[in-house]
Design a protein around this ligand. Structure first.
Ligand code: ZN
Ligand code: ZN
Length: 209
């Protein structure tokens, strides 16, 4: 969104926080420009229904053993999301919210994983708490991940990935030995380092790709 020049006098009053603010005239003309910020807009009275109630509006609830697919917004990551203005996270993933509604809020560092490997699913019976690596392994086991040996375009086996990420020789030498480009070697090493940092373990990192 284009921001007005600093010092532009306010011409509207926020319906949320009551503060005067500047709204683009074209927005006021069409009945928009009611709120000073996304936060105030999300807090509007018509959105005041608790998240635990709004949650069910977007669930295709089926039998206890079936997947309950999220019918609301699906984020780029493939998980359903719900905007929760009262929550510090603001936007929650639907399956995490489901876990919280049926069990408890997951403790820090743990993730809500899917037994069914269907990211849209919010059936509490299909959800469990796991570490980030479990999350990754599960997805791989189901062939749901783009990575690993199952990837049709993968030139390397998981074993070769591990060797490359652990190899400290210059990239050009490693690249020649494995028959890949030097750039690819750097990429693998970069990902492995990032992943090791994420997991914060001393173990040899398993490359994410
Ligand atoms: Zn406001
Ligand atoms: Zn499921």
């Amino acid at each position: 969104m284009v921001k007005p020049k600093p010092g532009t006098p306010p011409n509207a009053e926020c319906e949320g926080c009551g503060q005067p603010f500047f709204a683009w005239p074209y927005r006021l003309k069409s009945g928009r420009g009611r709120f000073c910020s996304f936060k105030c807009a999300a807090n509007r009275p018509e959105r005041k229904t608790p998240a635990a109630v709004r949650f069910w509006r977007y669930v295709d609830k089926r039998g206890p053993g079936e997947c309950w697919n999220w019918t609301g917004y699906i984020g780029q990551h493939g998980y359903g999301t719900l905007t929760c203005p009262d929550d510090p996270a603001f936007v929650r993933t639907a399956h995490t919210l489901s876990y919280e509604i049926h069990h408890a809020r997951p403790p820090k560092g743990l993730f809500v994983c899917h037994r069914c490997n269907n990211r849209r699913c919010v059936n509490p019976a299909h959800l469990y708490l796991g570490t980030p690596s479990q999350n990754q392994l599960d997805r791989r086991a189901a062939g749901n991940d783009n990575g690993g040996e199952r990837n049709g375009r993968a030139k390397l086996t998981d074993e070769q990935f591990r060797k490359i990420s652990a190899d400290t020789r210059p990239g050009a030498i490693v690249a020649k030995e494995f028959g890949v480009s030097r750039h690819y070697v750097y990429q693998i090493r970069g990902r492995a380092t990032a992943r090791a940092r994420l997991l914060n373990t001393g173990e040899e990192p398993v490359p994410a790709n």
